[in-house]
Design a protein around this ligand. Structure first.
Ligand code: FES
Length: 101
């Protein structure tokens, strides 16, 4: 499946990801600058990404815990998510996310 990352400078990188992986893992496997300091424990928000508005509705909704952590993320938008909480599936093929400033 394809996942596209848009860097802070606007450069798009198209990657091949494995369904079942977390979006955070796919990002790190392709050298995207997402720290993921807490390794998915919902304690850091350094895995914050901004989902393309066209793709946002395809994602399962965020849990309350994820929403609470997103409130602490810098530059969060209405389509912000935490990459450690997104499990990739074929249904998400073509997902595009932006690395926030
Ligand atoms: S890796 Fe810490 S909240 Fe996602």
């Amino acid at each position: 499946m394809i996942v596209r990352f848009i860097a802070r400078d606007g450069t798009a990188t198209t990657t091949v990801a494995t369904p079942g992986d977390r979006l955070l893992d796919a990002a790190q496997a392709h050298n995207q600058p997402l720290e993921g300091t807490c390794e998915g424990q919902l304690a850091c928000a350094t895995c914050h990404v901004i989902v393309d508005p066209a793709d946002f509705a395809r994602l399962p909704p965020a849990t309350e815990d994820e929403e609470d952590m997103l409130d602490l993320a810098h530059n969060a938008t209405r389509t912000s998510r935490l990459a450690c909480q997104i499990r990739l599936t074929e249904a998400l093929d073509g997902l595009t996310v932006r690395i926030p400033n």
